[in-house]
Design a protein around this ligand. Sequence first.
Ligand SMILES: [Fe+2]
Ligand SMILES: [Fe+2]
Length: 198
Amino acid sequence: MTSVDGAGSNSLVLGARKGLADDLAYLRPLYPTSDWRSHANFGELANFWLHVHSSLRSEGSEVVRIVNAYRGQEIDRMQLQQAFVPQLNSFLQHLDHHHRIEDNVYFPKFRLLDGRLIAGFDLLEADHELIHQSLVQTVAHARELLAALSQTAGGERQAADTFAGRIEHLLKLLQQHLGDEEELVVPALLEHGEQALL
Ligand SMILES: [Fe+2]
Ligand SMILES: [Fe+2]
Protein backbone atom coordinates (compact mmCIF):
# COMPACT_ATOMS: atom_id res chain seq x y z
CA MET A 1 0.00 0.00 0.00
CA THR A 2 1.30 3.41 -0.90
CA SER A 3 1.34 6.42 1.36
CA VAL A 4 2.12 10.02 0.47
CA ASP A 5 2.12 11.40 3.98
CA GLY A 6 4.69 9.10 5.45
CA ALA A 7 2.29 7.76 8.05
CA GLY A 8 2.59 4.22 6.78
CA SER A 9 5.92 4.41 5.03
CA ASN A 10 8.56 7.09 4.65
CA SER A 11 10.02 5.47 1.56
CA LEU A 12 7.86 7.57 -0.80
CA VAL A 13 8.52 10.93 0.81
CA LEU A 14 10.61 13.30 -1.27
CA GLY A 15 14.11 13.32 0.14
CA ALA A 16 13.87 9.65 1.11
CA ARG A 17 12.66 7.95 -2.05
CA LYS A 18 14.95 6.82 -4.87
CA GLY A 19 12.25 6.80 -7.53
CA LEU A 20 8.65 5.92 -8.19
CA ALA A 21 7.29 2.48 -7.43
CA ASP A 22 5.97 0.49 -10.37
CA ASP A 23 2.37 0.71 -9.14
CA LEU A 24 2.51 4.51 -9.32
CA ALA A 25 4.41 4.69 -12.62
CA TYR A 26 2.32 1.93 -14.18
CA LEU A 27 2.67 3.37 -17.71
CA ARG A 28 6.47 3.68 -17.48
CA PRO A 29 7.24 0.21 -18.92
CA LEU A 30 5.07 0.94 -21.96
CA TYR A 31 6.83 4.20 -22.81
CA PRO A 32 10.63 4.05 -22.35
CA THR A 33 12.28 7.46 -22.11
CA SER A 34 14.34 6.87 -25.24
CA ASP A 35 11.13 6.50 -27.29
CA TRP A 36 9.23 9.52 -25.97
CA ARG A 37 10.13 12.04 -28.64
CA SER A 38 9.51 9.72 -31.56
CA HIS A 39 6.03 8.71 -30.37
CA ALA A 40 3.11 9.97 -32.49
CA ASN A 41 1.44 11.52 -29.42
CA PHE A 42 4.53 13.45 -28.31
CA GLY A 43 3.43 17.05 -28.79
CA GLU A 44 3.94 20.64 -27.76
CA LEU A 45 2.78 20.20 -24.18
CA ALA A 46 5.19 17.35 -23.42
CA ASN A 47 7.98 19.21 -25.16
CA PHE A 48 7.24 22.40 -23.22
CA TRP A 49 7.03 20.48 -19.93
CA LEU A 50 10.46 18.92 -20.45
CA HIS A 51 11.85 22.29 -21.56
CA VAL A 52 10.63 24.00 -18.37
CA HIS A 53 12.18 21.25 -16.26
CA SER A 54 15.46 21.59 -18.12
CA SER A 55 15.41 25.36 -17.56
CA LEU A 56 14.76 24.91 -13.84
CA ARG A 57 17.68 22.50 -13.55
CA SER A 58 19.95 24.97 -15.36
CA GLU A 59 18.81 28.00 -13.38
CA GLY A 60 19.29 26.22 -10.06
CA SER A 61 22.74 24.97 -11.05
CA GLU A 62 23.71 28.51 -12.01
CA VAL A 63 22.84 29.79 -8.51
CA VAL A 64 25.11 27.10 -7.03
CA ARG A 65 27.87 27.96 -9.50
CA ILE A 66 27.73 31.65 -8.53
CA VAL A 67 27.82 31.09 -4.78
CA ASN A 68 30.57 28.50 -5.14
CA ALA A 69 32.62 30.96 -7.21
CA TYR A 70 32.45 33.33 -4.24
CA ARG A 71 33.30 30.54 -1.79
CA GLY A 72 36.28 29.65 -3.98
CA GLN A 73 37.34 33.33 -4.08
CA GLU A 74 36.95 33.50 -7.85
CA ILE A 75 34.60 36.50 -7.47
CA ASP A 76 34.35 39.15 -4.75
CA ARG A 77 31.38 40.18 -2.64
CA MET A 78 30.29 42.89 -5.09
CA GLN A 79 30.33 40.46 -8.01
CA LEU A 80 28.43 37.93 -5.92
CA GLN A 81 25.68 40.41 -5.07
CA GLN A 82 25.32 41.52 -8.68
CA ALA A 83 25.06 37.99 -10.08
CA PHE A 84 23.36 36.23 -7.21
CA VAL A 85 20.23 38.30 -6.61
CA PRO A 86 18.76 38.29 -10.15
CA GLN A 87 19.69 34.64 -10.73
CA LEU A 88 18.15 33.41 -7.48
CA ASN A 89 15.02 35.52 -7.94
CA SER A 90 14.53 34.27 -11.49
CA PHE A 91 14.99 30.63 -10.48
CA LEU A 92 12.65 30.77 -7.48
CA GLN A 93 9.96 32.70 -9.34
CA HIS A 94 9.99 30.26 -12.25
CA LEU A 95 9.89 27.31 -9.85
CA ASP A 96 7.00 28.71 -7.84
CA HIS A 97 5.06 29.68 -10.98
CA HIS A 98 5.54 26.22 -12.53
CA HIS A 99 4.32 24.41 -9.42
CA ARG A 100 1.27 26.66 -9.10
CA ILE A 101 0.20 25.88 -12.68
CA GLU A 102 0.73 22.17 -12.12
CA ASP A 103 -1.24 22.14 -8.86
CA ASN A 104 -4.09 24.33 -10.09
CA VAL A 105 -4.43 23.50 -13.79
CA TYR A 106 -2.76 20.30 -14.95
CA PHE A 107 -2.67 17.87 -12.03
CA PRO A 108 -6.48 17.96 -11.61
CA LYS A 109 -6.83 17.10 -15.31
CA PHE A 110 -4.39 14.19 -15.08
CA ARG A 111 -6.33 12.77 -12.12
CA LEU A 112 -9.47 12.73 -14.27
CA LEU A 113 -7.79 10.75 -17.08
CA ASP A 114 -7.48 7.54 -15.09
CA GLY A 115 -8.09 6.79 -11.43
CA ARG A 116 -4.77 4.94 -11.31
CA LEU A 117 -3.01 8.29 -11.82
CA ILE A 118 -4.48 9.86 -8.68
CA ALA A 119 -1.98 8.47 -6.17
CA GLY A 120 0.97 9.53 -8.29
CA PHE A 121 -0.24 13.09 -8.74
CA ASP A 122 -1.11 13.32 -5.04
CA LEU A 123 2.51 12.35 -4.37
CA LEU A 124 3.78 15.03 -6.76
CA GLU A 125 1.57 17.64 -5.11
CA ALA A 126 2.96 16.61 -1.70
CA ASP A 127 6.44 17.03 -3.21
CA HIS A 128 5.56 20.62 -4.11
CA GLU A 129 4.79 21.39 -0.46
CA LEU A 130 8.14 20.00 0.69
CA ILE A 131 9.96 21.87 -2.06
CA HIS A 132 8.15 25.06 -1.10
CA GLN A 133 9.24 24.64 2.53
CA SER A 134 12.82 24.22 1.34
CA LEU A 135 12.41 27.25 -0.94
CA VAL A 136 11.26 29.42 2.00
CA GLN A 137 14.29 28.31 4.04
CA THR A 138 16.55 29.03 1.07
CA VAL A 139 15.17 32.56 0.78
CA ALA A 140 15.75 33.16 4.50
CA HIS A 141 19.38 32.08 4.19
CA ALA A 142 19.79 34.17 1.04
CA ARG A 143 18.65 37.22 3.04
CA GLU A 144 21.16 36.39 5.78
CA LEU A 145 23.89 36.10 3.18
CA LEU A 146 22.99 39.47 1.63
CA ALA A 147 22.89 41.09 5.08
CA ALA A 148 26.32 39.66 5.90
CA LEU A 149 27.71 40.89 2.58
CA SER A 150 26.51 44.44 3.26
CA GLN A 151 28.17 44.57 6.68
CA THR A 152 31.81 44.75 7.65
CA ALA A 153 31.44 42.58 10.73
CA GLY A 154 32.49 39.41 8.95
CA GLY A 155 30.38 36.31 8.77
CA GLU A 156 29.86 36.43 5.02
CA ARG A 157 31.92 33.28 4.41
CA GLN A 158 29.91 31.33 6.95
CA ALA A 159 26.68 32.74 5.52
CA ALA A 160 27.74 31.67 2.01
CA ASP A 161 28.54 28.15 3.24
CA THR A 162 25.19 27.91 4.99
CA PHE A 163 23.31 29.19 1.95
CA ALA A 164 25.17 26.72 -0.29
CA GLY A 165 23.97 23.88 1.92
CA ARG A 166 20.37 25.09 1.70
CA ILE A 167 20.29 25.55 -2.08
CA GLU A 168 21.95 22.18 -2.62
CA HIS A 169 19.28 20.55 -0.47
CA LEU A 170 16.56 22.32 -2.46
CA LEU A 171 18.10 21.19 -5.75
CA LYS A 172 18.43 17.61 -4.52
CA LEU A 173 14.71 17.54 -3.77
CA LEU A 174 13.90 19.24 -7.05
CA GLN A 175 16.01 16.87 -9.16
CA GLN A 176 14.22 13.83 -7.76
CA HIS A 177 10.82 15.48 -8.16
CA LEU A 178 11.37 16.59 -11.76
CA GLY A 179 12.56 13.18 -12.88
CA ASP A 180 9.72 11.35 -11.15
CA GLU A 181 7.17 13.81 -12.50
CA GLU A 182 8.41 13.30 -16.05
CA GLU A 183 7.93 9.54 -15.64
CA LEU A 184 4.27 10.13 -14.79
CA VAL A 185 3.42 13.07 -17.03
CA VAL A 186 5.00 12.09 -20.35
CA PRO A 187 3.75 8.48 -20.47
CA ALA A 188 0.26 9.72 -19.52
CA LEU A 189 0.36 12.28 -22.35
CA LEU A 190 1.52 9.61 -24.80
CA GLU A 191 -1.16 7.18 -23.62
CA HIS A 192 -4.10 9.60 -23.64
CA GLY A 193 -3.01 12.30 -26.10
CA GLU A 194 -2.54 15.98 -25.34
CA GLN A 195 -6.08 16.96 -26.34
CA ALA A 196 -7.24 15.42 -23.06
CA LEU A 197 -5.25 18.05 -21.15
CA LEU A 198 -6.48 21.13 -23.03
FE1 LIG B 1 6.09 19.48 -10.12
FE1 LIG C 1 7.04 20.13 -13.28
